[in-house]
Design a protein around this ligand. Structure first.
Ligand code: KIV
Length: 286
């Protein structure tokens, strides 16, 4: 594809029933490889706090950190549709704070859309940010930023009453101006109903095959063995074991003196070593 993927391309994909392949990734090196696949969308998720920084939740991700890694991913994958995750407390204080922080992702990091973990309490936030001209992906279902409030997560919308609530919430998010939905950890049947009712693209994160697209985090796709992958994660390569093997071979080579060899070392220009020895001989008594 020439040029950069736009929101119109995502809408066309939905209308033409071409599934959208999305990956959550956090760094330049990985994003370069993701872009070569290619995928249709990259989310720079606040799961970076867990999978990049080693925290036990997404809560410690800060705006400055998220902006820096989003910009790095944009440099690596300038043509891929880029969504940035608004971290905990970056949109909770006021509508002005939400617009200002969402705008930072666009102006400083090249993002085309921001993702907001959206309970009904954040409908006004979704509205304000999208009215400011910044496309919003409303993240519903399991909301990782609510870990402190709920203690642990369960699959969402597994009863008719909870399903009805989520279907209503999705409708309210669309009415508030959400340009896309992300549904996490939700019963397949319910995600499918929401997708069928939505005029905007709906991305599933562990919510079954009935949505317009799918997203997984890069470390789970690669099988890096980071954290505890959720039930819905699927690994497409056992790269964690390959990484360990490469590091072991490197460490063995260092310890045995096989690395570095002449091919991996710099050398003085011809004749310069002899000149140096002469100079050293003149200045240093032997
Ligand atoms: O933070 C993240 O990577 C996400 C995806 C798992 C959807 O929100």
């Amino acid at each position: 594809m020439n040029g950069r993927t736009t929101i119109a391309d995502l809408l066309t994909a939905k209308q033409e029933r071409r599934p959208i392949a999305a990956v959550s990734c956090y760094d330049y090196t990985t994003a370069r490889l993701v872009a070569q696949a290619p995928v249709d969308m990259i989310l720079v998720g606040d799961s970076a706090a867990q999978l990049l920084l080693g925290f036990d939740s997404t809560l410690p991700a800060t705006m400055d950190f998220m902006v820096a890694i989003t910009a790095a991913v944009h440099r690596a994958a300038p043509h891929i549709y880029l969504v940035a995750d608004m971290p905990f407390l970056s949109y909770h204080l006021s509508l002005a704070q939400a617009i200002r922080n969402a705008g930072r992702f666009v102006t400083e990091a090249g993002a085309q859309m921001v993702k907001i973990e959206a309970t009904a309490a954040y409908l006004d936030t979704v509205k304000a940010v999208s009215k400011a001209g910044i496309p919003v992906m409303a993240h519903i279902g399991i909301l990782p930023q609510r870990i402190a409030a709920v203690g642990r997560f369960h699959a969402e919308a597994t009863t008719a009453d909870r399903a009805g609530d989520l279907i209503d919430l999705a409708q309210e998010m669309r009415t508030a101006g959400a340009n896309a939905l992300l549904i996490e950890g939700t019963a397949t049947e319910v995600a499918q109903i929401i997708t069928a009712q939505s005029e905007v693209p709906v991305i599933s994160c562990g919510s079954g095959p009935g949505c317009d697209g799918q997203i997984l985090v890069a470390p789970d796709i690669l099988g890096l063995g980071a954290g505890h992958p959720p039930k819905f994660a699927k690994s497409y390569g056992d790269l964690g074991a390959r990484f360990v093997e490469a590091f072991q071979r490197y460490a063995d080579d260092v310890r045995s003196g096989r690395f570095p060899d002449a091919d991996h070392s710099y050398h003085m220009k011809p004749g310069e070593f002899e000149r140096l020895q002469e100079q050293l001989g003149k200045t240093r008594p032997s």
